[in-house]
Design a protein around this ligand. Structure first.
Ligand SMILES: NC(=O)C1=CN([C@@H]2O[C@H](COP(=O)(O)OP(=O)(O)OC[C@H]3O[C@@H](n4cnc5c(N)ncnc54)[C@H](O)[C@@H]3O)[C@@H](O)[C@H]2O)[C@@H](O)CC1
Ligand SMILES: [K+]
Length: 505
């Protein structure tokens, strides 16, 4: 499923109508019919349905929904939230059809009727404003939005809850709070932002007949879920040997945080790494070796509990190197970091305290011939980019793309909707995971899975998307079957990896 901005959606519309030749009225018919069909799961024939229709094509969708439901014997009334003369074009065509079928349209200026109808309404259809919104919701629609939000009815939004644009970048907005949103043709960016996604309620995409080829032409952003995982995750060959699945190195750990690297190592092995070496201080190795017996260990010198550089550590001998987990922010470790950036001869994954060390080396990352992967959460991303955390949360798509392009890195911006970005601008939002992952250790496990995935036979971008998918799906499986979000531990997520591999292939 593609994720679009308003401009991209209008480009898809334009292509469909003017290049492929499908009439806009038919698209609107398809949208309204698809939504009314799916809405029926929320209703029965005794329900009263009130449709709020605006002036644009979003309102047009509303008139099709009203006609379809009216024609199926539902008790439907439409409240038009703009004067008659504002309803033009395809929306006007569908308004007339609705009237010709016998439907009734009222003005939202008739407050008495509006209030009494809302009192008895079971289902509200919000078709006031869609992705054509500009700025904050204006009166009278802003007042009606407030009334809708106070009502006890089930609120179904058409395309987007009225008040939200498709694009990221907003902070001052007022929106209808939907229980469920049917997004038309493609998912909209605001469905994945921390501040706006809750207004969508549950959601799904409805297909209205846009040519499949128009989406990749207009957008390079998609939602990564089970379908994409199944399509891209490589199968293990029958005669594969351990060397085929990657010879990996993880560098990190400090005496204060020995667990991090242990979890990353376990996750890496569990996710499929063929041969794993853990490079850490002797103190850390003593603490963790019995917890991860499958790994090999390479002691490196330490100072005051922190790793220092070991010039003899041959980072170039490994297929992929992960560095940073549990490493701490001591400047004693800076040289070890530079060593990994300069000599790693394959994908380099940087996480956690690694960001502190990598920041002065960003220009060097840009020169690396092999992929570099950074896995920050919004706070770490803000520090890397010298912007505020609210700024990152407001513009995650744009900031990740700018950063990835500038420094030639892959970025995994972690969060409720983890966003994966490639240096060439491709982006994916991961579809799995739950609040149980908001806990110390989750990031270490993700690093381990990413480390394993980049060594399997798949494109690097797909590898990162699949790593995020497996991480979230493992957490989901555990929460569905044996844990709750409260008690889910990072080590449980490692256990869940097996279930994902067994269940989805
Ligand atoms: N072919 C198409 O163009 C299709 C469009 N579709 C629907 O059309 C929508 C986009 O249609 P439009 O481009 O006509 O735009 P919208 O219908 O989303 O919005 C435009 C209307 O909203 C009003 N408006 C804008 N900002 C406002 C604000 N801040 N406060 C109050 N009112 C405001 C404008 O005055 C205008 O009347 C999509 O969201 C989708 O629902 C679907 O029917 C599929 C096909
Ligand atoms: K809407």
């Amino acid at each position: 499923m593609f994720i679009v901005t308003a401009k991209e959606m209008y480009d898809i519309d334009h292509y469909t109508m003017h290049e492929a030749g499908l009439d806009g009225k038919i698209l609107m018919e398809n949208a309204g019919r698809a939504i009314s069909g799916r809405m029926e799961k929320f209703m029965d024939k005794s329900n009263k349905i009130t449709v709020f229709a605006g002036a644009g094509n979003n309102g047009g969708d509303g008139f099709v929904i009203a006609r379809t439901l009216y024609n199926r014997s539902y008790d439907v009334q439409v409240f038009q939230v703009v004067p008659d003369q504002k309803i033009t074009g395809d929306a006007h065509y569908h308004k007339l059809l609705y009237l010709n079928y016998g439907g009734r349209v009222f003005s939202s200026d008739d407050h008495g009727h509006l209030v009494s109808r809302l009192d008895e309404t079971d289902v509200i259809v919000d078709a006031m404003v869609g992705i054509g919104i500009s700025g904050k919701l204006r009166a009278p629609i802003s007042d009606i939005a407030e009334r809708i939000n106070q009502s006890d009815a089930t609120v179904i939004a058409v395309d987007v809850p009225s008040g939200l644009p498709a694009d990221e970048g907003i902070s001052n907005f007022q929106s209808v709070q939907a229980d469920y949103t049917y997004m038309v043709g493609a998912a909209k960016m605001t469905a994945f932002l921390e501040s706006t996604s809750p207004y969508y309620g549950g959601w799904e995409k409805v297909d209205i007949g846009f040519p499949a080829s128009s989406f990749p032409m207009c957008s390079s952003r998609e939602l990564w879920g089970e379908e994409q995982y199944r399509e891209t995750m490589p199968e293990r060959e029958k005669y594969a040997h351990k060397g085929k699945h990657g010879k990996g190195l993880i560098i990190g750990g400090s005496s204060k945080m020995p667990g991090s690297i242990a979890m990353a190592a376990k996750a890496s092995l569990k996710a499929g790494t063929g041969l794993l070496t853990v490079a850490s201080s002797e103190t850390v190795i003593r603490m963790i070796a019995s917890h991860c017996v499958e790994a090999m260990y390479q002691p490196v010198p330490e100072s005051d509990g922190y790793l220092t550089d070991d010039p003899d550590l041959s980072v170039s001998d490994y297929d992929a190197v992960a560095i940073g987990v549990g490493m701490g922010r001591s400047n004693r470790s800076a040289a070890a970091f530079r060593h990994a950036v300069q000599d790693t001869n394959g994908p380099l994954i940087v996480d956690a305290d690694g960001f502190y060390h990598v920041k002065p080396l960003l220009d060097q990352l840009a020169q690396r011939e092999h992929p570099t992967v950074l896995t920050p959460h919004p706070g770490e991303m803000a520090e890397l980019m010298d912007v505020s955390i609210p700024e990152v949360l407001k513009n995650p798509f744009r900031l990740s793309a700018e950063f990835a392009e500038k420094y030639n890195v892959y970025v995994i911006l972690k969060g409720r909707h983890t966003l994966i970005t490639a240096p060439d601008g491709r982006q994916a939002v991961n579809d799995t995971g739950n609040p149980g992952l908001a806990k110390g250790g989750s990031g270490d496990v993700l690093t381990g899975i990413v480390h394993a995935m980049v060594m399997q036979e798949q494109g690097i971008f797909q590898a990162l998307c699949n790593a995020c998918f497996v991480h979230g799906a493992a957490a989901d499986w555990m929460v569905e079957n044996s844990r709750a979000c409260h008690d889910l531990m990072a080590t449980d997520v490692i256990e869940g990896i097996s279930m994902v591999y067994r269940a989805i292939s």
